[in-house]
Design a protein. Structure first.
Length: 327
């Protein structure tokens, strides 16, 4: 059902914008594209807009939403903390630091179709996550409390470094601020293909841990008594979720609340069994972020709102509602 809703939303999103295209024409264009056929009865400009401007953005937003929501669900299970999300290990701040550094340095060389800012953001997110993980590991054990504390401290240090870079580079201030608000403006097929492969691998790894996450929710001691290799599962989930977050922020900037809202909403609807929860959360995350991005580019005529602002506008009140509901 969710997959049908996602497909329908993709068709509708591809038709709205500065140039409105009927949903029937959008469906024909996508069908012809999938079957490698021509559409002589449809305007060439409409075909170009759908296939080269809107479709890459739609797919990218859905992929990033799925990754963030899935990562949030898994981390909440591992930490036993409803406030955990993919950025809990400092990946968002690390990405922001990397992106700021890339913007300030003004380098023009990218990698695998990604721009300099995206590459620096990915490296910053991954490097910060590795540092936090290293600080939290004691012997063969991974302390979830230590990860939370290390993530907070490292994020604070990097935030100060970002502020210093912005202070001494006023001319790049607007670009840095815009990037940290999150956006899919400028999405292209290269970004989609480069991000899709690691996203699929990371998602597959997390989905394979569904049974173990069900046991972990009961507590580490109970899970261990059931034969679950707790430390190994924690490491796999933390690394895979952080890798997905790093891939996501490298192409989208920082987008908050997706990893918090969607998991809680899916738990209310589908229950807490991770075998059902993980795939539904992934699809739900794609729907939520695609909806937010569509609103971001169409809500105000001639003005595009950063998608991170839209997710926060939805996420803040919803989270307050959940807090009040479970008080």
């Amino acid at each position: 059902m969710l997959c049908i809703a996602l497909a329908g939303l993709m068709l509708a999103a591809a038709g709205v914008g500065t140039v409105k295209i009927p949903v029937r024409d959008v469906a024909r264009i996508m069908g012809s594209w999938l079957l490698s056929k021509d559409c002589p009865e449809i305007k060439g400009s409409h075909i170009f807009i759908v296939l080269n401007v809107r479709l890459p953005r739609i797919l990218l937003s859905a992929i990033v939403g799925a990754a963030l929501a899935l990562g949030g669900t898994c981390l909440q299970g591992v930490f036993g903390n409803p406030m955990a999300d993919p950025y809990v290990m400092g990946s968002s701040t690390g990405a922001a630091f990397g992106a700021t550094l890339g913007i300030v340095l003004g380098l023009n060389q990218g990698l695998l179709g990604l721009g300099t800012t995206s590459v620096f953001a990915f490296c910053g997110a991954l490097g910060t996550t590795a540092l936090v993980y290293k600080l939290a590991v004691t012997g063969d054990r991974v302390s979830t409390t230590s990860i939370l504390l290390a993530g907070i401290v490292v994020s604070s240090i990097l935030s100060s470094a970002i502020s210093l870079l912005m202070l001494f580079n006023h001319q790049q201030l607007a670009r840095v601020v815009t990037w940290t608000m999150g956006s899919f403006n400028g999405a292209n097929w290269q970004q989609v293909w480069v991000v899709l492969v690691p996203m699929v691998i990371g998602t597959g790894i997390l989905l394979s841990q569904a049974r173990e996450l069900n046991a972990l929710v009961m507590g580490e001691e109970d899970a261990q008594s059931l034969g679950v290799p707790v430390e190994r599962v924690k490491k796999i989930v933390l690394i895979a979720a952080s890798f997905l977050a790093a891939c996501a922020v490298s192409v989208s900037g920082i987008i908050g609340f997706v990893g918090l809202i969607v998991p809680h909403l899916c738990r209310l609807i589908f229950g807490a069994d991770h075998r059902m929860l993980l795939p539904t959360t992934a699809v739900g995350g794609g729907i939520f972020l695609l909806l937010c991005d569509t609103l971001a580019r169409t809500a105000i005529k001639g003005v595009e709102i950063p998608v991170g602002v839209v997710t926060s506008l939805f996420g803040g009140p919803f989270f307050l509602y959940l807090l009040r509901r479970t008080k």
